[in-house]
Write a protein that binds this ligand. Sequence first.
Ligand SMILES: Cc1ncc(COP(=O)(O)O)c(C=O)c1O
Ligand SMILES: [Zn+2]
Length: 441
Amino acid sequence: MLRIKVQNKYYLKCTECGHVTPNFWTWFEQGQKCPECGSKRSEVWYNRRYKRLLRMFKGKPDSFWHYFPFLPLLRRRHIISKGEGAIPVERWTFLEEFAKKKYGLNIEVNVYRNDLNGGTGTFKDVGASLAASLFNEIGIKQYCIASTGNSATAYAKYLSEAKVNCSVFMPEDAVKTSEATINSYGQQVFKVMGDYAKAKEIAAGYAQMHNIPMSTGNVDPIRVEAKKTMVFEWLRQIGKMPDVYIQAVSGGTGPIAIDKGIRELKGVLPELKNPRFVLVQTDKCDPMVQAWEKAEAGGFPEGFEKDYPIIDNPRTEVPTLATGNPATYPILAGLVKDSGGTFIRIREKKLLPVGKLVAYEQKVVPGPASAVCLAGFFEALQKNLIKNGETVMLNTGEGPNRAPYFLEQMIYTTREVNNVEECEPHSLEDYRNILWAEALK
Ligand SMILES: Cc1ncc(COP(=O)(O)O)c(C=O)c1O
Ligand SMILES: [Zn+2]
């Protein structure tokens, strides 16, 4: 823990009124919000020369802490890291070949493999690493979070490492393995009888009652700062920004953070711009897609971004994405519109066929939320959202160990046998044809 509060490395600035908060000690003292206007959205800015950042887009870092000078931590000794971020961007040529064969498009398809994060193998590890390190530095000992699973698992693990008590509020339909994992670290789980919105509500009450800081969700400057390093990593690994970015969206920290990263680089790379954001939801929980379709049909009337539905108790097989009340839609809708992107829907029925196909072709088994992103790629092609010559980035968030029930449903070659006569050699190629046919049906 560090006691000095006067520092020059960074400051927070309210996106609504411009009020400056000098550091994270003060940010938490004032309840993680702007004391002037009450907004929870402040952004971190650095008193640094960005030429230095450009020189960092090389080498082989082992985590996103490579970008320490541009992260809001004062002392390296407070870092808690498990080798997260700085994960590989892979070219998936089977998807490129498909786009060429079926649509005549020459495109480059990159996949940002969050399942390879060292902490818990999801999207959420970088944010949790920065949070744990920062709490270590400023001396926070209690924290609480409402989460559908992946965030809570990551925070539970990293905060345990930092010896910070973390109370986790999960909706009743959260994945059992996440619940078990969080328990196993000794962190407290409160299973809320209700949906994610209810879990957030009870967590907020608990935070207030015990004066414990709570994760402020998708605009939390800690999460945004960690995730903005995606932009730095793409510049390091492929030397450019993609033209199209595809992600399964729940609350949308991903696009918010990309936009922040791009703005941070404006001074040194003025030509850099956001990719077209193609954000994917499933037909079982698609409030943002519904809102977008309505806005589009009405020609994007003034204030369209404030008009969105709330889905109570969404019934979905992808609890990670079960945000029925999309409070960040006003921010995301603006970003998506300005980028020339869109929100698209995929059918939940598609997830298994797509998951099986990707596992077969790429030998990478996706978790359900990653399958949503991958199914979104096929849908985007079909909707003509990707143009010839473009570079696509698929941000896949998790592997299958997050959701064993999903993996188990991928069993398709097994045959039950009683004697040797029933066993015959198979042909891999036959399975390929079946899998493609199923995925494209
Ligand atoms: C694997 C995975 N994909 C996608 C998402 C959605 O992330 P975002 O907060 O950017 O909407 C999450 C988080 O909930 C996730 O864990
Ligand atoms: Zn303000």
